[in-house]
Write a protein that binds this ligand. Structure first.
Ligand SMILES: Nc1nc2c(c(=O)[nH]1)N[C@H]1C(S)=C(S)[C@@H](COP(=O)(O)OP(=O)(O)OC[C@H]3O[C@@H](n4cnc5c(=O)[nH]c(N)nc54)[C@H](O)[C@@H]3O)O[C@H]1N2
Ligand SMILES: Nc1nc2c(c(=O)[nH]1)N[C@H]1C(S)=C(S)[C@@H](COP(=O)(O)OP(=O)(O)OC[C@H]3O[C@@H](n4cnc5c(=O)[nH]c(N)nc54)[C@H](O)[C@@H]3O)O[C@H]1N2
Ligand SMILES: [Mo]
Length: 724
């Protein structure tokens, strides 16, 4: 059993007896650490929430050096004082059980110097023997921007590694790739105010009620008194679908057919100004030719949506003065994620819904600072959205850093799944994992675990004990939210400050301190000389971003303090307001897209499509929320949603336990929820639980362009194993 499961099990208490049998479970106080029972704070520290990318401003209440309370920041432009269940209990997370307090080597506590020396010596030995491609880094969307900037320099220039990616490839990579293809660079064009100003908001594969809860009030309370028409496109009747005016219950992966049908109908109804669009975008003729093969009826058949609903949706979008097309993982998590994103962008371009108030294609980001790593990092592009293969960008960056241009990498390294494949085949032998828990979050867990077990050196840097730290040779304890300084950038490109309220536990250090120690031991401390503090790193980054699409140069920390959060570039609410895009000719690009069948599709042996996702009470792999009694009490165990007709055929009653199997693995025992939230033939499992891990079932297939996994579609079978 991993140390992680032990920690959680310790939280179980004897709750009572049923027919003489002891009943164990969680009580609301069981799994939290030693927190103060009083919430009376003596000081309040202003910061930004560390869960999702909505980026809510909040205040941490501190007393006697401990975080005792939180409050929504009434002055913050994003949430205006509101918070939701995870945010409201975030202070409990800091002092929860299971924090890492000392570095370890081979499971034994070690001094920092020794841990860092062992790590650096081991990586250098691999590089000496097998070359720099034998070591890789997987990072996260949950550090502060200053740390991403520092880590990028350290990884690519200091350590000379080519393969550096992060969990953001499991998340926003399709949006990034789709934006680049449509507009020439990454960057979400709109802002939250557009949700209030729009006539129509389409939430496409985005369950904001559970996952970005504080966007819901932004949509429901429109500036002009009328709330927009809300359309939810999702195979499930999510809470978001329930609050929407229209729920379009698309078939899994029916989105491309649906979008083709909507665009076809807009063209047929004369709702697209083709002359105008031709001036702004390339590829229109290819798109029109492709749509000759698409009728609304064909779209209806392939999307599993009635033709009338497609027509009505098209007309609603086409006649809106402003429409926001917002999407999340129902779109990105697919082998066709990138191309689906381009089609959403195309729909926005064709209907003029970009670059003006109340209108935008809008990827809602996932993690608190996934944006920061996109802008400053060295993963999909060089810092400041600079391309590896653009000579001007290269020269510019080399000059800014006073380095020889030859030190800059010439291409992007392996993406996350390609790093894992190379670990599997033995090409990558050393891996440094920072702030992510792949054992629970990566698709096809068994293969992943085999890959990680083949590593010669696995270093894991985290704030908590996790199933991934349990596999590591060297564990580095990190300070987390509430314990360090920096900035996060949210889904609407708004930069907000993150502040330390309390000290990290034991010997834990901030990630930036750890990066500087690694740099010193590696012999490249000079690279980070001007990033000695988070503030210094931020100032250097501001200079490096100057003149780029993600320009932070005028977003000083003082300005953030005054305005409560400032959007890049330099305070602009929206991108593309002039109609000029980031391709050299200033035009955007549209693409014809043809849907492909789901590869691991339903068949006799595996008759159900498995959809996986989230619930409001938990955060990802529950390293944080699984230790907070209030949240555990609300959602104590995993479940599988099963349609009543399927349940009847299987003889499964509400609350029964079932076994769920795919070609790759099984969850031996999981509770069934019989509900028509899912369509017949489809099941849904939240992926938060290590113990009932949905990723034992999921398929390790990836989008060919973005390399994002296909987390929402694979086939499974269900068998009843016992009554509740
Ligand atoms: N409470 C909570 N909030 C979170 C997180 C969390 O773990 N917990 N994580 C954060 C992160 S990193 C992210 S990325 C976001 C994710 O936020 P969301 O994308 O909203 O989350 P998911 O539940 O993964 O998936 C969204 C929806 O996609 C639907 N879907 C599945 N297949 C399809 C399809 O083929 N087409 C369409 N149109 N829809 C489909 C699912 O039914 C699901 O309702 O949430 C962020 N916020
Ligand atoms: N089946 C299925 N799988 C999925 C998804 C799905 O919808 N379905 N969603 C995918 C998506 S969108 C995402 S984003 C991923 C998320 O997957 P993960 O990144 O694996 O999830 P987290 O639990 O957020 O892991 C983050 C880790 O970082 C640690 N941490 C937090 N703050 C800090 C810090 O400041 N420093 C350091 N060093 N560590 C820190 C936490 O303790 C935690 O262990 O999961 C993906 N996996
Ligand atoms: Mo995510």
């Amino acid at each position: 059993m991993s140390p992680f499961s032990r920690t959680v099990d310790r939280g179980k208490r004897l709750l009572g007896f049923d027919n003489g049998e002891a009943r164990y479970g969680y009580t609301t106080t069981a799994v939290q650490g030693p927190v103060s029972t009083s919430r009376a704070a003596s000081t309040w520290v202003r910061t930004t929430c560390g869960y999702c990318s909505v980026g809510c401003g909040m205040l941490i209440g501190v007393r006697d050096g401990r975080a005792v309370a939180v409050q929504g920041d009434p002055d913050h432009p994003v949430n205006r004082g509101r918070l939701f269940p995870k945010g409201l209990t975030e202070h409990l997370m800091i002092a929860a059980d299971g924090r890492l307090t000392s570095p370890t080597i081979g499971g034994q506590p070690a001094a920092w110097d020794e841990a860092i020396r062992t790590m650096v010596d081991s990586f250098k030995a691999l590089i000496d023997e097998h070359g720099p491609d034998s070591v890789a880094i997987l990072s996260t969307g949950q550090l502060v921007t200053e740390e991403f900037y520092t880590l990028g320099k350290l990884a690519r220039l200091g350590m000379g590694l080519r393969h550096y990616d992060g969990n953001t490839t499991l998340c926003m990579a399709s949006a990034v790739a789709g934006y680049k293809m449509s507009f020439g660079t990454d960057g979400p064009p709109g802002c939250y105010e557009d949700l209030e100003l729009a006539d129509v908001v389409v939430l496409w594969g985005a369950n904001i009620a559970d996952n970005h809860p504080l966007l819901a009030p932004r949509i429901m309370q429109s500036h002009h008194g009328l709330r927009p028409t809300i359309i939810a496109v999702d195979p499930r009747v999510t809470k978001t679908a329930m609050l929407a005016d229209v729920h379009v219950a698309v078939k899994p992966r029916g989105d491309i057919a649906l979008l083709n049908g909507i665009i076809r109908h807009l063209l047929d109804e004369g709702l697209v100004d083709l002359d105008e669009v031709r001036q702004r975008a390339n590829g229109i003729d290819e798109l029109l030719a492709h749509l000759d093969d698409w009728s609304v009826e064909r779209a209806a058949e392939e999307a599993g949506v009635e033709a009338d609903v497609i027509r009505a949706t098209a007309i609603t979008i086409g006649r809106a003065e402003g429409c926001v097309l917002a999407w999340t993982m129902g779109v990105n998590h697919s082998t066709q994620g990138t191309m689906t994103v381009t089609l959403l962008n195309t729909l926005a371009l064709l209907t003029g819904n970009i670059g003006k108030p109340g209108a935008s294609p809008m990827s809602i980001t996932g993690q608190c600072n996934a944006m920061g790593t996109r802008e400053t990092g060295f993963t999909a592009s060089m810092p400041g959205y600079r391309s590896y293969d653009n000579p001007v960008h290269r020269a510019d960056l080399a000059r800014l850093w006073s380095i020889d241009e030859s030190r800059l990498p010439v291409e992007r390294g392996r993406a996350y799944p390609d790093i894992i494949n190379a670990v599997m085949s033995g090409k990558i032998k050393g891996l440094w994992i920072i702030g992510t828990n792949p054992v629970v979050s990566y698709p096809n867990r068994e293969t992943l675990e085999i890959a990680l077990s083949r590593l010669h050196v696995l270093v894991v840097q985290d704030g908590f004990e996790t199933p991934t730290t349990a596999m590591a040779h060297i564990v580095l304890p990190a300070a987390i939210w509430g314990e360090k300084e920096g900035t996060y950038t949210n889904s609407e490109r708004r930069v907000s400050r993150v502040r330390a309220a309390v000290d990290p536990p034991g010997q834990a250090l901030s990630d930036s301190d750890i990066f500087r120690r690694v740099a010193a031991e590696w012999g490249c401390a000079d690279l980070l000389a001007d990033c000695a503090t988070p503030h210094d790193a931020y100032d250097e980054w501001r200079g490096v971003s100057a003149g780029r699409p993600c320009d932070y140069s005028e977003i000083t920390l003082d300005r953030i303090d005054v305005e409560g959060g400032v959007q890049w570039p330099n305070g602009a609410a929206r991108l593309y307001e002039t109609g000029a895009y980031n391709y050299p000719d200033g035009r955007a690009k549209v693409y014809p897209v043809e849907p492909e069948a789901i590869r691991d599709r339903q068949r006799a042996a595996y008759p159900f499509n498995l959809n996986t996702g989230r619930t409001v009470e938990h955060w990802h792999t529950r390293t944080k929320t699984g230790r907070i009694g209030i949240l555990e009490g609300l959602a104590p165990e995993a479940w599988v949603e099963l349609h009543p007709i399927d349940a009847e055929a299987l003889g499964v009653y509400a609350g029964d336990f079932v076994r769920v199997s795919s070609q790759r693995g099984a969850i031996g025992r999981i509770r069934a929820r019989i509900t028509s939230i899912v369509r017949q033939g489809e099941v849904f499992i939240p992926f938060h639980w290590d113990e009932r891990c949905a990723n034992r079932l999921t398929v390790d297939e990836f989008d060919p362009i973005s390399r994002e996994p296909n987390d929402k579609h694979c086939s499974v079978s269900i068998a009843r194993i016992g009554a509740r």
